[in-house]
Design a protein around this ligand. Structure first.
Ligand SMILES: Cc1cc2nc3c(=O)[nH]c(=O)nc-3n(C[C@H](O)[C@H](O)[C@H](O)COP(=O)(O)OP(=O)(O)OC[C@H]3O[C@@H](n4cnc5c(N)ncnc54)[C@H](O)[C@@H]3O)c2cc1C
Ligand code: SF4
Length: 327
C-alpha cells in the first residue's frame, strides 16, 4: 500500500493552497468513494486533505426560493430537509434511492457530484482502461457492458455511465456549482460541469486541479410543479440505476406548460433531455405524446453488446414517470 500524508484543513484557503502544491492530492469528504479507490490504488494519492472541519454544512433558502447547499451537507440531511421535500421532491427521492442509509449519512453533496464511475474494469486496477491509464484501451467496449455502461454520450475511448442519482435530479432542476481555487471564486453551470469522455475520458469535470466545491446553488422551484425520480435497477436497494428519470412537470389543464427531463444510467454524464422537453411543451399529455418524447430522448443512443435493452428501459423510465405525475 502507498504511503500518504493526511492533512486536516482548517480553512477553505488552507485546503485550496495545500491542494495547489500537489498534483496527486485529493479532498476527503465522506470518503465513501475516495477511500475505496485509494486502497485499490485506482486513485493514486500522495496527500489527502480532509475538508470535514470546514463550515460548509448549511442549507440556505434564499429570498427568491432558490437554495444554496454547502458542499459538506450529507445526502441524508439534504434528502430530509423540509424545504427540499416540499419544493424539490425529485431531489429528495433521487437521494433516497441511492446507496444505503449508512452511506448516505456519510456521503456529501460535493462528493456525490464528484463520485467516480462504477465500471468494473476501471475499479479492478489492471484491465485496459483509458480513464485510469490514458491510452491503455477500454476493456468495456468489447467486454461485460450490461449494467453500468452507457448508450448516450459514449466515445471509442470510454462508455462508463455517470453513476449519481442526485446529479440527475440537479440536471432537471437547474443548478450552479460554486468553487474556490487559488485564483479565486467562480461558478459553473451544472449542465457544463460533467464532461463527455470524447478522446480524454480521464477528464471528468470542469474543475481546475486546485478548486474546491464550496456550494451547489439550486434554481428556484418552478411554480405549481410536480416532480419525481424513477430509478429502474436490478434490485430495489443498494444498486446503481440501469435507467432512471428525473421529471419536473407544470400542467395547464391537460396541456404541458413546462417540463424538465433528465436521465441516469444511460449516459456518460447526467443526461438532460432538452429535445424531449421541447417536444412536450404546449402539447396534450397523451400516452402517444409521452412515448414520442421518450423516443426523442433516446434517439441518438448507441447500444453495445449487452446493453441494447437500455434504450427501451430509458424510454419506459420517462413514460412511467410522466404517467405517475399526472395520474
Ligand atoms: C456500495 C455503494 C453504493 C452506492 N450506491 C449509490 C447509488 O445508488 N447512487 C448514487 O448516486 N451513489 C451511490 N454511491 C456513491 C456515493 O453516493 C458516493 O460515494 C458519495 O456520494 C461520495 O461522497 P463522499 O462525501 O463520500 O465523497 P468522497 O469519497 O470523500 O470524495 C469523492 C470524490 O469527490 C472529491 N471531493 C469531495 N469533496 C469535494 C469538494 N468539496 N470539492 C471538490 N472535490 C471534492 C474527492 O476528492 C473525491 O475525488 C454508492 C457508493 C457505494 C460505496
Ligand atoms: S468504460 Fe471507461 S472506465 Fe470502463 S474500462 Fe472503458 S475507459 Fe475505463
Amino acid at each position: 500500500m502507498r504511503a500518504l500524508d493526511y492533512i486536516r484543513a482548517g480553512s477553505i484557503e488552507q485546503a485550496v493552497n495545500t491542494h495547489s502544491k500537489s498534483q496527486t492530492a485529493f479532498f476527503l469528504a465522506g470518503g465513501t468513494t475516495l477511500l475505496d479507490l485509494v486502497k485499490l490504488d485506482v486513485m493514486q494519492a500522495d496527500q489527502v486533505i480532509d475538508v470535514n472541519r470546514l463550515s460548509l454544512k448549511q442549507i440556505e433558502v434564499q429570498k427568491d426560493g432558490s437554495v444554496r447547499i454547502g458542499a459538506l451537507v450529507t445526502n441524508t440531511a439534504l434528502a430530509h430537509h423540509p424545504y427540499i421535500v416540499e419544493h424539490y421532491p425529485v431531489l429528495s427521492q433521487a437521494l433516497l434511492s441511492g446507496a444505503t442509509t449508512q452511506l448516505r449519512n456519510k456521503a456529501t453533496t460535493a462528493g456525490n457530484v464528484m463520485q467516480r464511475v462504477r465500471c468494473n474494469y476501471f475499479r479492478d486496477g489492471y484491465s485496459p482502461c483509458n480513464k485510469r491509464e490514458p491510452g491503455s484501451g477500454c476493456a468495456a467496449i468489447e467486454g461485460h457492458n450490461r449494467g453500468v455502461h452507457a448508450v448516450l454520450g459514449t466515445s471509442d475511448q470510454c462508455i462508463a455511465t455517470h453513476p449519481s442519482d442526485m446529479c440527475v435530479a440537479l440536471s432537471a432542476i437547474g443548478a450552479r456549482i460554486e468553487v474556490q481555487g487559488a485564483k479565486g471564486k467562480r461558478s459553473i453551470d451544472f449542465l457544463d460541469f460533467h464532461l463527455l469522455p470524447g478522446s480524454t475520458p480521464w477528464k471528468e469535470h470542469a474543475l481546475q486541479d486546485d478548486e474546491l466545491i464550496t456550494h451547489v446553488l439550486l434554481d428556484a422551484p418552478l411554480a405549481n410543479s410536480k416532480s419525481g425520480y424513477l430509478k429502474l435497477r436490478d434490485r430495489a436497494s443498494y444498486q446503481f440505476a440501469l435507467a432512471s428519470s428525473a421529471v419536473i412537470l407544470v400542467m395547464h389543464g391537460t396541456t404541458v406548460g413546462e417540463v424538465r427531463i433528465a436521465m441516469g444510467g444511460v449516459g456518460t454524464r447526467p443526461w438532460r433531455a432538452l429535445e424531449a422537453e421541447h417536444a412536450l411543451k404546449g402539447v396534450t399529455l397523451t400516452p402517444h405524446n409521452m412515448e414520442k418524447a421518450a423516443a426523442i430522448a433516446l434517439q441518438g443512443a448507441k447500444p453495445y453488446r449487452h446493453n441494447a435493452y437500455k434504450i427501451a428501459l430509458g424510454q419506459q423510465a420517462i413514460v412511467r414517470n410522466l404517467s405517475t405525475l399526472t395520474a
